[in-house]
Design a protein around this ligand. Sequence first.
Ligand code: UDP
Length: 458
Amino acid sequence: MEHNQENKLHCRVVLFPQSYTGHLIPMLNLGYALYSKGFSITIIHTRFNSPDPTKYPNFNFYFIEDVLSKAKTSSTGSLDTIRVLNETCLEPFKDCLSHIMEVSSKDGEPVVCLVSDPMWVFAGIVADQLNLPRLVLRTGGLLAFVLYDSLPVLKDKGYFPIQETQKEEPLLKVPHLKVKDLPAEEHHNVLLNMVKETKNNCQGMICNTFKELEGSILDTLQAKMLATPIFLIGPLHKYSSTSSSSLVAQGQSSITWLNEQSPHSVLYVSFGTVAGISKEQLLEVAFGIANSQQPFLWVIGPRLLNGSEKYDELFPQYLLESLSKKGYIVEWAPQQEVLAHPAIGGFWTHCGWNSSIESICEGVPMICLPFFGDQMMNARYITDVLKIGLQLEKGVLERNEIEKSISRLMVGKEGRDIRERISDLKAKAKRCLMEGESSYESLDRLSSYILSFCGQKL
Ligand code: UDP
């Protein structure tokens, strides 16, 4: 998408993303969406895990100091990271935001509102103290949010701790979800804080989804959010002209490799930027992929083996040789470009929300291997409601089952049927961004709404 700003509005929106890749990317893309509507954009980010500002020349960046970057840790994405950042960033954030408000006013471009990631638990309070309207960006799906909101009720009903014998049972009142899809108890605090931050001191909820994908959940969500306006403006990555790949420096070797492959022949395998698996599971995955004889592009990022080990030191030589005949392994791939490549025939994913929606937008059938948090609910929605993927149950991750699933998806009739259904959804994802359609109109409404905070009209 082009990033012209003929319609400059002379007011500024400040974005405050959470420091995970999967949260930062949609916030940057929201920045592009609002920029295209004429808003000036400032991003406040922790030094920890920070993006390179030179890659985003349309935005102003401010970095706040945090204990993690000072400790020079490379860890990211754990619950501890969120806790520590929330405990230590309030003051630096408040100072930074008031400074930006002051400077922007002097420059004749007043800050009109803050959009924060609700994983920051203090942004609502700070915005209130500074008399600044605040909206949140929900970077995940709606079904998971609605379920998080219901966790206290589910706890009262005795669902937790989850009993082995109940895991396969359906979850009452939530069609298709099973008890085992619920998030583990150790995550509840973070999730409930996120729900609270979304509901309190919040003037609007922006969601990276679209009506044709999750519209059926909107009424339930609206009831939970009471009168707070909700804006479904996704798929957000379609507002960006740069792919998410620019977050990590790397060559285009995956694309060069894909260029040599036949149409729809390659299975793309990536479990995102946070999930980790055991050595035993990694070996099962590798043998499953190798035995399937299907061409593949596999991302083995530093966190998959918890940063401690290298896959090539772990795999026996004959496995490495067998893998290298059919596929290509990288540490990071330009995922959006990869999924859009004609050689890609399937995506074995952990079902992070960004990955799920990126796959839908390119019409790529999925094999779902959820790990934690919202991924189980996303996977269930993909496989049992939308029927655009197959589910692998992590508990029984085993090479023969993996091999069978890959064949079912890549060469079987089942895979072809899935491709037909997801192509249909891809067309809807494309259409919703066009003039007069759902997300386009929603972004217009959002822009007018933000402008109303400073008494202007579009
Ligand atoms: N991503 C990428 N290349 C990789 C791995 C991930 O571009 O090799 C991007 C992917 O396109 C997505 C994001 O990183 O936008 C991951 O977000 P998601 O919600 O899918 O998963 P998370 O990493 O948060 O678990």
